[in-house]
Design a protein. Structure first.
Length: 241
């Protein structure tokens, strides 16, 4: 005899999905910080030049990912895939680390320090300091661990590789003397030659890959600080969540 009712009941019909308003608000604020910094730079500079920087592109991607993630947290929808959120974290971490350790260091060979005040300095801090640190906090404190694989580390590096090809192609097409023909000093082909640029890119790429592997490793050992949610059975009954 068949049962009169189906036994396959969606989990959401047993326990409603949980809204996460604090996570949603925090992610929306990070996205707003990224958009604010980008808008300031666009107002102060040439849009074509501004949009050519990895800083701007990584913050644009971050703003899109976190805005969508905030909407999902607010509306109790499933979160974005871990490789997407961790990938955005890696790219914005690269932005922050390269800026503070290389470009903003007066003693570094590729320093880009100069007079920076007012709105430009606000944009600098929003895009290179606020968004990387806030995104790291969101990932550590408000994002459930698990789901990352070693292959994700290599997948995330496709974007920096694509950016390298874009920057070199753009520089080759622009006429000599064009401001910011090559967005960053370590990409300046007339100064270092293609061999020097590719050597520096390889070193940075290996460091980025090490950072990506560190994120995957950290994801496997970090605790889930918010505890277990949406359990549809008693704590001792099993592992359904």
């Amino acid at each position: 005899m068949t049962a009169p009712f189906s036994t396959h009941v969606p989990a959401s019909a047993v326990v409603p999905r949980v809204r996460r308003p604090y996570a949603a608000a925090f992610r929306a604020l990070i996205a707003l910080a990224a958009v604010t910094g980008i808008v300031i730079d666009l107002v102060l500079g040439s849009p074509g030049r501004v949009l050519s920087y990895f800083t701007i592109q990584s913050n644009l991607l971050l703003a899109a990912v976190l805005a969508l993630s905030a909407h999902r947290a607010w509306s109790a929808r499933p979160p974005l895939p871990p490789r997407v959120t961790a990938g955005a974290l890696l790219l914005i971490s690269i932005t922050g680390l390269v800026y503070h350790l290389i470009l903003a260091d007066d003693t570094a060979a590729f320093s880009m320090t100069g007079a920076s005040a007012g709105p430009h300095e606000v944009a600098n801090q929003l895009l290179h300091t606020v968004t990387p640190l806030a995104t790291l906090l969101d990932w550590l404190l408000l994002t459930r661990p698990g789901g990352l694989r070693l292959r994700d580390a290599a997948l995330w590096l496709l974007y920096p590789l694509a950016y390298l090809l874009f920057a070199l192609a753009r520089g080759a097409l622009l006429s000599p003397g064009t401001p910011a023909r090559y967005p960053y000093p370590f990409l300046d082909v007339p100064t270092h030659g293609y061999a020097g640029v590719l050597k520096d890119a390889l070193v940075l790429g290996l460091l980025f890959y090490a950072l990506a592997l560190a994120l995957v490793g950290l994801d496997r050992i970090r605790p889930h600080l918010r505890g277990r949610e949406n359990r549809i059975s008693s704590p001792g009954a099993g592992g359904l969540k």
